[in-house]
Design a binder for this molecule. Structure first.
Ligand SMILES: [Zn+2]
Length: 65
């Protein structure tokens, strides 16, 4: 039973899953302006940002409460 190989495989898989999650938080944010309420909304994580200019980064971590 190659236990070490299984552990290595699990570690590699976990690493790629972690990379995927962190990258989607910062790169795939799609800000869309909602003019009715005057704010920007991220279509991926649902973060909101008031103002006229499009946000440049995801605000999800800052708005979780
Ligand atoms: Zn986002």
């Amino acid at each position: 039973m190659p236990v070490l190989l299984l552990l290595l495989l699990a570690g590699v898989l976990g690493y790629f899953v972690w990379r995927h999650q962190t990258s989607t938080l910062t790169r795939n944010c799609r800000w869309r302006q909602d003019k009715r309420v005057g704010e920007w909304r991220c279509a991926f994580c649902g973060a909101r940002d008031p103002g006229e200019d499009s946000p440049r980064e995801c605000l999800r971590d800052q708005q979780n409460s």
